[in-house]
Ligand binder design. Structure first.
Ligand SMILES: C[S@@+](CC[C@H](N)C(=O)[O-])C[C@H]1O[C@@H](n2cnc3c(N)ncnc32)[C@H](O)[C@@H]1O
Length: 267
């Protein structure tokens, strides 16, 4: 298997991808009534940005991802966090019938999907997840907000221009997190029979170092599109030169989650 998240991309992801704010986990815990008796599935878990913090609030987390390199870093992040109640399983959404049979009916408090649903067939996935959810449980489709090059700030405009000059095309949005995508997912959840479909948004600002900006940018490439050396160092240098000097790199982060409940689970 291979998803474009292998090798150095996985390293950039593990090192530079920002985690989600604790307020997101507070909201998820309240929404789905997480307790230490609960199990959560983190589908497309990557390096564990959702699964590792969630593990502190539930009994067990199963992380599922088709990319072995991402899973390796997820395991390391879990060990560093002392999250011994996690398992990291190689597989994709297509494996859910088999994996679901092992998990059993009505066992999961939540299925988390963070910035990964656009690689899955969500119309097939949502109905498949329903029988796995316990009463009161549900699905959370999480997105991390506008990418680094689509922020409304001088440094982001400079980054965008630099990427356009380098690659010859204007960089667009990343998949799955736009209002249009979120509305599509919400409609598909309702069509699949979920109840109380809604959305939460959490905003905060964050100051980035130049290394975090460049590492975060490289984490968004696929393994195939990540420029090799020495072009990568050249691109990084161009970005450094193009940034407005002496100004802090303040990023506006809006984390959103589309939330939906299993019909059998009145809260
Ligand atoms: C952008 S990363 C997101 C990682 C993490 N969930 C987060 O919120 O930061 C997307 C992940 O989805 C995984 N992925 C891609 N296709 C998938 C599929 N069909 N089923 C499950 N995961 C998939 C990739 O391997 C990658 O680790």
């Amino acid at each position: 298997m291979g998803t474009g998240f292998s090798g150095e991309v996985a390293e950039y992801y593990a090192k530079y991808r920002r985690g989600y704010p604790s307020g997101l986990f507070d909201a998820l815990q309240a929404e789905f009534g997480w307790t230490k008796d609960d199990a959560v599935l983190d589908l497309g878990c990557g390096t564990g940005q959702l699964g590792v913090p969630a593990a502190a609030r539930v009994g067990a987390v199963i992380g599922l991802d088709p990319e072995p390199d991402m899973l390796r870093f997820a395991g390391e992040a879990a060990a560093a966090a002392g999250a011994g109640n996690t398992v990291w399983v190689l597989g994709s959404d297509a494996d859910l019938p088999e994996i679901g049979a092992q998990i059993g009916t009505g066992r999961l408090a939540t299925v988390l999907v963070g910035q990964a649903l656009h690689w899955m067939r969500h119309e097939v996935l949502f109905p498949r997840l329903l029988p796995l959810l316990r009463p009161g449980g549900g699905v959370a489709v999480v997105a991390g907000g506008a990418p680094l090059w689509l922020q409304d700030s001088d440094w982001s405009h400079a980054l965008r221009d630099c990427l356009e000059a380098y690659f010859g095309t204007r960089p667009g949005p990343t998949g799955g997190g736009s209002p249009h995508d979120r509305a599509r997912y919400a409609r598909a959840l309702e069509a699949a029979g979920y109840r109380d479909v809604g959305e939460i948004a959490l905003r905060h600002t964050d100051e980035l170092t130049v290394d975090q900006l460049i590492g975060g940018l490289f984490s968004t490439f696929s393994a195939e599109s990540l420029p090799p050396e020495p072009q990568r160092t050249e691109l990084a240098q161009r970005i450094r030169w193009s940034l407005p000097s002496g100004k802090p790199l303040i990023q506006d982060v809006e984390v959103t989650a589309v939330l939906a409940h299993a019909p059998s689970g009145p809260r």
